[in-house]
Design a protein around this ligand. Structure first.
Ligand code: ADP
Ligand code: MG
Length: 258
C-alpha cells in the first residue's frame, strides 16, 4: 500500500535551468500538496500532460527524491527515514535503458539476482518466466549492445523485476516502444495485478489509462485535480471517455487559474 500525504516538491533552479524553462523565479513547484492512496491488486494511474509533475511524484515514492513537504508511506515505511525497507518492496522502471552494453541479458539478470541475495534456483525460475514472456530467451547470451532498442528495453524491465517486488512503479510504460513490445509490457502489468501486486504507472495517453487503470489521479500543474475510478471521472465531468474527462478537468483548472 502506498500513502502519499500532502506531498510538495520544489526544485531550486540554477541560471541555466531558469533560461531553459523560461522561469522568472528560482524555484519550481513541481508537485503541489498531493495526497493519494493506492492498494495491492490494482493498477493505479498517475495521469497528466507533460510537465505536470508525474515523474517527480513517482521518484519521490521510489525514494529517488525526497519530498520538500509532506510524507510518503510504502507498506507503512517512510520513504525518507526507512528508504532501505521501501526499496526492497518496490521496483522503479522507466524506458530509459541504463545497462552495461558489454554484458548479456542472462549475466545481468543473474548478477542483480545475486546482489539481492536471491537463491540460484529462484533466479533461474524468474529468469525463465520473464525471459519467456518478453521473448528474450533467444537473445539471452548476446551482448546488450548487439540488441535492438525494443529488446534492450525489455531486458531492462526483466532485470528490474528480478527481486519480484510487491509494488511496481513504471514511469510512462509504453513510451517509445513499438506496438508489439508495448503490448507485452501492458500484458505483464495486468499479470502482476492479477497476482495481487500494486502497479503504479504514469502516462499522458488517456486511452491507454482508460484500458489499464483501476483507479487514477489526474495531475495538472503539480496539483491533483481528481482521484478515483474511470466511472467516477466520467460521472463527475459528464464525459464519454477519459480523454474528454481529462480535457474537462483541464478546462476547469485553467478557468479557476484565470
Ligand atoms: N531536476 C529538476 N530540476 C528543476 N526542475 C525540474 C527538474 N525535474 C523536473 N523539473 C520541472 O518540474 C516540472 C515537472 O516535471 P516532471 O515531474 O518531469 O513532469 P512530467 O513527468 O509530468 O512530465 C516541470 O516543469 C519540469 O521542467
Ligand atoms: Mg515524466
Amino acid at each position: 500500500m502506498i500513502e502519499v500525504q500532502n506531498v510538495t516538491k520544489i526544485y531550486k533552479l540554477n541560471k541555466k535551468q531558469m533560461e531553459e524553462q523560461k522561469a522568472s523565479a528560482s524555484m519550481k513547484i513541481a508537485v503541489k500538496n498531493v495526497s493519494l492512496t493506492a492498494q495491492e491488486g490494482e493498477i493505479f494511474g498517475v495521469l497528466g500532460p507533460n510537465g505536470a509533475g508525474k515523474t517527480t511524484l513517482l521518484r519521490c515514492i521510489s525514494t529517488l527524491l525526497n519530498p520538500t513537504e509532506g510524507s510518503i508511506l510504502v507498506n507503512g515505511h517512510d520513504t525518507v527515514k526507512e528508504g532501505d525497507q521501501v526499496r526492497q518492496s518496490l521496483a522503479f522502471l522507466t524506458n530509459e535503458v541504463k545497462m552495461d552494453p558489454h554484458f548479456s541479458p542472462k549475466y545481468l539478470f543473474r548478477f542483480f539476482g545475486r546482489l539481492y541475495g536471491i537463491p540460484e534456483d529462484v533466479i533461474t525460475e524468474r529468469q525463465k518466466e520473464l525471459f519467456e514472456h518478453f521473448n528474450i530467451t533467444e537473445f539471452e547470451d548476446k551482448r546488450v549492445e548487439e540488441l535492438s532498442t525494443g529488446m534492450k528495453q525489455k531486458v531492462s524491465i526483466a532485470v528490474s523485476l528480478v527481486h519480484d517486488p510487491g509494488i511496481v512503479i513504471f514511469d510512462e510504460p509504453t513510451n517509445g516502444l513499438d506496438i508489439i513490445t508495448a503490448r507485452a509490457v501492458t500484458d505483464y502489468l495486468k499479470l502482476l495485478k492479477e497476482r495481487g501486486k500494486l502497479v503504479i504507472i504514469s502516462t499522458h495517453i488517456m486511452p491507454e489509462a482508460q484500458k489499464l487503470c483501476d483507479r487514477m489521479a489526474m495531475i495538472i500543474q503539480g496539483s491533483c485535480v481528481f482521484q478515483g475510478t474511470l466511472e467516477e471521472a466520467l460521472v463527475q465531468t459528464h464525459a464519454e471517455d477519459l480523454e474528454d474527462a481529462f480535457f474537462e478537468l483541464y478546462r476547469q483548472t485553467m478557468e479557476v487559474e484565470a
